[in-house]
Design a binder for this molecule. Sequence first.
Ligand SMILES: C[S@@+](CC[C@H](N)C(=O)[O-])C[C@H]1O[C@@H](n2cnc3c(N)ncnc32)[C@H](O)[C@@H]1O
Length: 271
Amino acid sequence: MCSEQVPSGIDPAKAHPARRYNYWLGGKDNFAADRASANVVASGFPTVRLAAVENRRFLRRVVTYLVEEAGIDQFIDIGTGLPSAGNVHEIAQAVVPESRIVYVDNDPIVLVHARALLTSAPQGATAYLEADLREPDKITSHPDLLRTLDMSRPMALMLVATMHFITDEHQPYEIIEHLRGILPSGSYVVMTHATNDHLTTEELVEAEAANQRSGVPFRLRSQQEFARFFTGLQLLSPGITSVVEWRPDTPPEQRPAISDVSMLCGVARVP
Ligand SMILES: C[S@@+](CC[C@H](N)C(=O)[O-])C[C@H]1O[C@@H](n2cnc3c(N)ncnc32)[C@H](O)[C@@H]1O
């Protein structure tokens, strides 16, 4: 953090994904351990900052699409991260002030900043739950979630740059299956995920070794492994693709190379 003061309950010596991502996005809410971990990852995947920026641009485009074109005004955003320019409620409520958003993260530093996530437009509502995605039942049965959203109406479940922190022993596909169970028909599932698809064998070895050294468990997934999260859902055009190419708002010559971003996305409707 700017002056390295440590809010209580926070361990500054251990790198955390939210603070590391904040560093890549140019924020100041991070500690030396987060910056060291971020630099280790960048040593194995030098364009990681670009990936963070493009992921955030996708978030803005997809929330705008969902509110403006799909008529969605309720969101569950799991793996919220530290407040940044364009939080989900700010994007959604700029179009529909009545939008209701439940934020979820397991990093105590996000809770410290949650007030910024709770500044809802008076017509809408926001809530913040400190909960772990690896225990999805604690999210889906949480009274604040049930109080904030109308569970009989469609909503969007957002897992943006979050599922790659769920390694295989934590049953990532079963977690998504559980979360999908509470979504009424006409809801949407939005996911982005770091991929190993564009890496050569040597680059993959390098990237995975760097991830291991960084101290944050991380699982790169192939397009096929990522697509499995959407089984039984109706993928919107253009299907599973790079975040750079999902309904882009810039001409092709201004977009970065897909391999430099290496982040997949999918947006799907619950039938
Ligand atoms: C890379 S940030 C993404 C932030 C935001 N969704 C975005 O795309 O800009 C990932 C977030 O997921 C959170 N996260 C990681 N593992 C989690 C878990 N098991 N339960 C809840 N949140 C988790 C981290 O704390 C972090 O805030």
